[in-house]
Design a protein around this ligand. Structure first.
Ligand code: AHQ
Length: 233
């Protein structure tokens, strides 16, 4: 039996409960990273594999744009593509992530050619892009709400890199610095859109399930990376 429409507070609380339970800040690989226990090779493996995720974020967001008939929503959402792809006047997150890789000892070529890409990372990321292409656009927007929980993780990660991994040039960490504020803005925007357009009991429950799915995407990526590079940490 479908229960009634959640009020705003209940809807938001249901999103937050998913993060509390399933966000990847609790994954053993991130715990080890933030405790300074990762080897240089494990860090390189994580950066190289996350690059595949970063490259696909603007493709995912362009898929949402292509499915969205609401001009006001597209006007809000479109900056996400430029945030990562960059533009003629400013580099974006993909370039910043390549700089992070070079600071960890990876070459641009081996990242661009996905030389280290683990099957489990490829399949999780491709599932996320496919989700954005095939789901109702408000549901795909809701799947990005893992970013509600990203700023705290970014802050902890930046502190850990500066404290435990001093051989990584600090300029390589600019992605995490810019992401902390970008994630806050992104999640504020995505939450406002999800609350407004997931406006039936069924859409609200699908939106919460979309966030659970996205938490599984991020968790599966780290499972594959953990298995490949840091099974003993
Ligand atoms: O660097 C990240 C990023 O650009 C994005 C886009 C967003 C989305 O649209 O799904 N999610 C996301 C995330 C990024 N970094 C992850 C991390 O742990 O470094 C966290 C991830 C997220 O929380 O969804």
């Amino acid at each position: 039996m479908t229960t009634g429409l959640w009020d705003r507070e209940t809807f938001v609380e249901n999103f937050r409960a998913i993060g509390e339970r399933a966000y990847h800040d609790k994954h053993p690989f991130h715990i080890a990273m933030n405790a300074g226990r990762l080897s240089a090779e494990a860090l390189r493996g994580w950066v190289a594999n996350r690059f595949y995720y970063q490259q696909n974020i603007p493709i995912k967001d362009a898929a949402i744009l292509s499915n969205c008939p609401v001009r006001e929503v597209r006007q809000v959402w479109i900056h996400r593509v430029i945030d990562h792809d960059g533009s003629a006047v400013a580099e974006g997150g993909i370039e910043a992530w390549l700089c992070l890789g070079e600071a960890c000892g990876l070459s641009r070529d081996e990242m661009m050619q996905d030389r280290h890409l683990q099957p489990g990372v490829r399949f999780a990321v491709d599932a996320y892009v496919n989700f954005a292409r095939t789901q109702l656009w408000p549901i795909a927007v809701a799947s990005s709400l893992t970013e509600l929980f990203a700023p705290d993780l970014m802050t902890a990660r930046l502190a850990a890199f500066e404290k435990f991994y001093p051989r990584i040039d600090s300029r390589g960490l600019d992605y995490f610095r810019q992401r902390t504020s970008q994630a806050r803005r992104d999640s504020d925007e995505a939450l406002a859109i999800a609350l407004k357009y997931c406006n039936t009991p069924e859409l609200q429950r699908e939106a919460v399930r979309a966030l659970e799915f996205k938490c599984d995407v991020l968790w599966s990526m780290l499972n594959a990376i953990h298995h490949a590079y840091a099974g003993n940490c």
